[in-house]
Design a protein around this ligand. Sequence first.
Ligand code: PCA
Length: 136
Amino acid sequence: MTHVFLYGTLKKGQPNHPELLNSDNGQAEFITCAQTVDKYPLVIATKDKYPFLLNLPGSGHRVYGEIYRVDQKMLEFLDDFEECPDLYQRTSIQLEILKENEESGGVEEAFVYSKINYKADWLHKPTYKRYDTNSD
Ligand code: PCA
């Protein structure tokens, strides 16, 4: 079993979340909400408003997301879905667990998908702490 941190369209309430719930893709179990220990740029750069995390620790915000435990089949599905390693890379990231009472639950590592081959001007885009397709 592997832990994956999802910050974008695969989170609960977001357009690709059904892919995680589809057992044809494998198994995924929600573990906790979390935020990145380091700051990262989370930008929305294309016309279709997709969120992209850039693997540039130190700028942007501490990004909010959800940690899931996934089996090998779901991990392979997600690699395929994110076109990893062509469009995204999957690397380990340090995460601070967020408890319901907003206390910190300690630090854990998980995989995250970050965008590769982005355009230089993305570095000048606004950065976000939290992606939500339903808000502006
Ligand atoms: N889906 C993945 C990466 C970017 C995206 O839109 C996620 O939710 O983390």
